[in-house]
Design a protein around this ligand. Structure first.
Ligand SMILES: NC(=O)c1ccc[n+]([C@@H]2O[C@H](COP(=O)([O-])OP(=O)(O)OC[C@H]3O[C@@H](n4cnc5c(N)ncnc54)[C@H](OP(=O)(O)O)[C@@H]3O)[C@@H](O)[C@H]2O)c1
Length: 399
């Protein structure tokens, strides 16, 4: 199988040793994506797999019901699933646990000195936990330094957003930067894989639409404003925009589609045109010079056809990491409306967490055993500069 990474041969050869990583919740939908995406990763190697008591002690190939369309790697199939305990775990943990379990378990791993890079909603809105999409708000990673475990053991928690939030925010960020955003109205059509495995019973979803996903609308609304918010001192001030989300489950396997209407601000000092919006999306390549293996070359792709994007045809753009926008047109209620599509278990989950880990490594924050310089405002200033550097595509500050 061809390596899915954009990393050059040179960047692979300069890596003397890969970072050993662990996956918590390795047998689930997102855990399986981690295994698939980390196979042949130039910087990270899967060294530890953990799940519930139902799975621990068994070979992974027996414990997990492999649901992906690439073969389960032999080496992984033979690995024993370990109990979910930090003793003996590597210091970098990708976590794919249900929120209730994550709430209890992730802080134990952070306290034990692990960098916990989480998919769960448990700590996304905690004031001292960064909720990060590398293209959007890298500077929020400074919040790691506000976590007590960082000073005590070097460990910390970082989260990525909900799978429906991530596509929306990717499409909104370049528009917020150039024009400002005052109101957001979004309706989602979310794939069944977003509910984990076995997820929604087939009798409930086939030939049907379910207009309710527990807590999803609240998560989408709060996370969007935090991601687009400003790091002020020790916390994030959310974007001062109004937002309303409707979330629906539809009979699609992978790929969340969203219909979005927005009212723009007046940063430009004149009416925003269709070309202004298309340029903002096309020119949004904030990670371009960082050479992160998981980062897509073009994070936002515009599909000009009248009937695109569609999940089956567009979800794998940019190896599942690009967000596709289309159907841009004036809105009769707000200013503009369009459609967004993103792959929910790649860009919306495992791929998002791997990209966060790659960013952390590039910023020198992926060695929790060595707590950082804790000179307060100096460290914060440096983190904000790093975020700005990414936003402007300047990497000289990355050192
Ligand atoms: N699916 C998506 O598109 C998506 C997108 C973004 C975020 N997320 C979030 O990612 C997390 C995982 O989602 P998922 O879809 O992968 O769920 P899932 O398929 O239900 O998998 C859950 C995993 O957690 C493990 N687990 C359950 N109880 C445990 C315990 N007490 N101790 C240790 N491990 C335990 C399970 O192990 P066993 O197999 O042993 O039970 C399994 O590996 C959730 O928080 C979800 O909201 C999912």
């Amino acid at each position: 199988m061809q390596s899915p990474y954009s990393c050059t041969l040179e960047c692979q050869l300069t890596m003397q040793n890969k970072y050993p990583i662990g996956i918590l919740g390795a047998t689930g939908m997102v855990g399986q994506r981690f295994i698939q995406l980390l196979e042949n990763h130039p910087w990270f190697e899967v060294a530890w797999l953990a799940a519930s008591d139902r799975s621990s002690g068994k070979p992974y190939g027996e414990a997990a019901k492999w649901r992906l369309d690439t073969p389960l790697p032999d080496r992984i199939a033979r690995m024993t699933v370990e109990p979910a305990d930090p003793a003996g775990a590597p210091k970098i943990i990708f976590a794919a646990l249900d929120a209730d379990i994550a709430r209890e378990m992730e802080p134990h791993f952070a306290a034990a000195g692990c960098a916990v890079i989480s998919n769960s909603s448990a700590y996304r809105m905690a004031a001292n936990v960064p909720l990060v999409i590398p293209e959007i708000n890298a500077e929020h990673l400074h919040l790691i330094e506000e976590q007590p475990s960082r000073a005590e053991s070097g460990g910390y928690m970082v989260t990525n957003p909900n799978c429906s939030t991530i596509g929306l925010v990717m499409a909104l960020k370049p528009l917020e930067e150039r024009f400002g955003i005052e109101q957001i109205f979004v309706t989602t059509m979310q794939a069944v894989s977003g509910a984990g495995y076995p997820g929604v019973p087939s009798m409930d979803i086939l030939g049907n639409v379910v207009p309710y996903i527990k807590s999803e609308e609240e998560k989408m609304e709060a996370e969007t404003l935090k991601l687009l918010g400003r790091l002020d001192g020790h916390a994030v001030t959310p974007l001062a925009a109004r937002i309303s989300a409707h979330c629906n489950r539809v009979a699609v396997e992978d790929g969340h589609t969203e219909s979005v209407s927005i009212k723009l601000g007046n940063k430009l000092g004149r009416a925003v045109t269709r070309d202004d919006i298309l340029s903002a999306w096309a020119e949004f390549t904030p990670l371009k010079l960082m050479h992160l293996p998981m980062a897509p070359e073009q994070p936002i792709e515009f599909a000009p056809q009248d009937d695109r994007p569609q999940p089956r045809l567009d979800r794998n753009r940019g190896r599942g990491m690009a967000v596709t926008v289309g159907r841009l047109r004036p809105c009769g209620l707000l200013d503009w409306k369009f459609t967004v599509l993103s792959h929910n278990t790649i860009r919306g989950a495992a791929g998002a967490a791997i990209l966060n880990a790659e960013l952390l490594r590039s910023l020198g924050k992926l060695d929790p055993a060595a707590p950082p310089d804790r000179s307060g405002s100096l460290q914060r200033k440096k983190d904000i500069e790093l975020g700005d550097a990414i936003a402007t595509g300047v990497t000289s500050l990355l050192g």
